[in-house]
Design a protein around this ligand. Structure first.
Ligand code: HEM
Length: 135
């Protein structure tokens, strides 16, 4: 997993576990209510119940790893996006909601870095999204 800081303090230290968690719950509250993105997340169950606590915990592990925090995340984000029937418009919307949430929940510097990280992941995830489920 790529880390963004080489210094003693990681981005995770700045964001903090508590705020990262708040960002994730706030983001998926929006995403699941969104006209365009909501239907794609229905497989996880009714937010914030169903599979959501487990899914958010996985995502927290992912973002902890990406921001240089302690993490046991061993998932594969790419394949998770194959076969969902999503395309560029979904990614545009996802990133818009991500930015809105980050701006509300975090100081500008941390919000900027988390936005930049997600934007950088997009091309790879979008490539998987174009592939069918069994590739
Ligand atoms: C740059 C943008 C995105 C990032 C950084 C991102 C990140 C992630 C991560 C880390 C996971 C967990 C993978 C795992 O289980 O280990 C995931 C799963 C998932 N993402 Fe995304 N995602 C993005 C865009 C999208 C978009 C546009 C959609 C469409 C609504 C979407 C829908 C989903 C769904 C439905 C899952 C669960 C898949 C499953 O468990 O079967 N994601 N995403």
């Amino acid at each position: 997993m790529t880390h963004v800081h080489d210094s003693d303090s990681s981005l995770f230290d700045h964001v903090t576990e508590q705020r990262l968690r708040r960002v994730l719950w706030a983001f998926y509250a929006r995403a699941t209510q969104d006209e365009q993105l909501g239907p794609v997340f229905e497989q996880i169950g009714p937010f914030p119940r169903g599979g959501w606590p487990v899914h958010i915990a996985r995502l927290e592990g992912f973002w902890r790893a990406v921001t240089g925090g302690p993490s046991a995340y061993r998932g594969q984000p790419g394949p998770a996006h194959s076969g969902l029937g999503i395309g560029p418009a979904h990614f545009d919307r996802w990133l818009t909601l991500w930015e809105e949430t980050l701006r509300e929940e975090l100081p500008a510097t941390e919000a900027d870095v988390l936005l930049r990280l997600a934007r950088r992941m997009r091309p790879n995830l979008e490539r998987f999204a174009r592939a069918s489920k069994d590739i």
